[in-house]
Design a protein around this ligand. Structure first.
Ligand code: SF4
Length: 59
């Protein structure tokens, strides 16, 4: 599974980083997504909650 993040759409609401901090995190000033740290189901649930629609999930 691949998760793409659109920086221009992100409103920095923090839903993703608060919901799954091991997956969605900021390292060295860059937003990173580590899909190995949770199940696909859990990640999909959080990406669906993004109020800005900043995530695109592909298999
Ligand atoms: S949930 Fe969406 S808007 Fe909020 S920080 Fe994450 S990507 Fe940005």
């Amino acid at each position: 599974m691949q998760v793409k993040w659109d920086q221009d759409k992100c409103q920095h609401a923090g839903v993703c980083v608060k919901s799954l901090p091991d997956v969605f995190k900021v390292e060295d000033g860059n937003f990173v997504i580590d899909t190995t740290q949770a199940t696909d189901e859990a990640i999909c649930e959080v990406t669906g909650k993004c109020p800005a629609g900043a995530f695109t999930v592909t298999e």
